[in-house]
Design a protein around this ligand. Structure first.
Ligand code: AQP
Length: 328
């Protein structure tokens, strides 16, 4: 049984991209791994967040974890800010990292591009992410392609620390379960579907009203060829919609292509709208139950207690090795 760690930022409304690329895998992994699934609120504030929105979105992500099927008796679910060991080890890791390697991170370059004033937190984000992983001795890290560079840096920092202070950290491995799990924007298939995109028409939010979902899919950008065919290089928009269809229906792309052979995009989009709306309805019903029941706070408390227990052991080990006086 391997230890798995992952998280989602409460930086907006969770999307179908977050579901297909992350949450769906969390649900699968919990059955035969020791899982820690966080709501990474400390990461979310590396770009400005409205306090009331951050609070609401953090509770939403936690409730959506439960609604999607993460079982708190199998996996620890917690808020990153409830486990202070993350921030403490995060600080220690900033003393291990170099400016140059942080400057090379493409996410930092993308998120800071064109900004007059760049928050220092955005720059040191990867050292906190390294701490998130290393503080649990996590072995498998489910991440999208975009996070692989940060994981590589985590491994470099772990190696450097081990070399300097003795064998302390386990090397984490990326877990990328299947090809094609990158869901793209509905209005621009060259960008990934993203919850912080200011255009709400570019993503399907897990909490979107079913009527809104149908409308967003009917308005999704497509080419003018009117041929339902999976061809990401030449037909990225329809290929993206086919990917969503396949993930939600469980049908293969070939089966879906055959189903819509000789038809225009209209019927395909209409069926996809129905499919996604029907998929989201029960998830949203469970979500509302979770929010009303108040069970969330117990789940988060239990999850944080378990996480703190594990994380404190590693943090103590790290601090002793670095030469801190330990309390007696
Ligand atoms: N479009 C996507 N397709 C597949 N997987 C995706 N993920 C995000 N978008 C897609 C996966 O969701 C997990 C959590 O992501 P995150 O919230 O930590 O940050 P992110 O990857 O930057 O996601 P967003 O939605 O784009 O957030 P913002 O807009 O706030 O930056 C990760 O496992 C990610 O791979």
């Amino acid at each position: 049984m391997k230890r798995v760690l992952s998280g989602i930022q409460p930086s907006g409304q969770l999307t179908m991209g977050n579901y297909i690329g992350a949450m769906q895998n969390f649900v699968k992994l919990q059955h035969d791994h020791e899982c820690f699934f966080m709501i990474v609120d400390l990461h979310a504030i590396t770009v400005p967040q409205d306090p009331a929105a951050l609070r609401e979105q953090s509770e939403q992500v936690a409730a959506l974890y439960l609604a999607a099927g993460i079982d708190p008796s199998k996996a620890s679910i917690f808020l990153q800010s409830h486990v202070p060991q993350h921030a403490e080890l995060g600080w220690l890791m900033t003393t291990i990292a170099n400016m140059g390697e942080l400057e090379r991170m493409t996410q930092f370059k993308d998120k800071s591009e064109g900004k007059e004033s760049i928050p220092a937190g955005l720059f040191v984000y990867p050292t906190l992410m390294a701490a998130d992983i290393l503080v649990y001795n996590a072995e498998l890290i489910p991440v999208g392609d975009d996070q692989k560079q940060h994981l590589e840096l985590t491994r470099d920092l772990a190696n450097r620390f081990n070399h300097r202070y003795g064998d302390t950290f386990r090397m984490p491995e990326p877990y990328t379960p299947e090809v094609g799990a990158r869901i793209m924007s509905l209005d621009d298939a060259s960008k990934k579907m993203s919850k912080s995109n200011p255009n709400a028409g570019s993503y399907i939010a897990l909490l979107d009203d079913p009527a809104v979902v149908r409308k967003k899919i009917s308005r999704a950008k497509t080419d003018s060829e009117a041929l339902v065919k999976f061809d990401p290089a030449n037909k990225p928009e329809i290929s993206n919609l086919l990917g969503i269809y396949s993930h939600i229906s469980g049908l293969s792309v070939a089966e879906i292509e055959a189903k819509y052979e000789g038809q225009m995009y209209g019927p395909f989009k209409k069926d996809l709208g129905e499919l996604v709306a029907n998929f989201l309805e029960p998830l949203q019903a469970r979500y509302r139950e979770v929010r009303q029941s108040g069970e969330l706070y117990d789940v988060l408390k239990q999850g944080a207690e378990r996480a703190q227990e594990v994380a404190q052991l590693k943090l103590d080990d790290v601090k002793k090795r670095m030469g801190f006086v330990m309390p007696r």
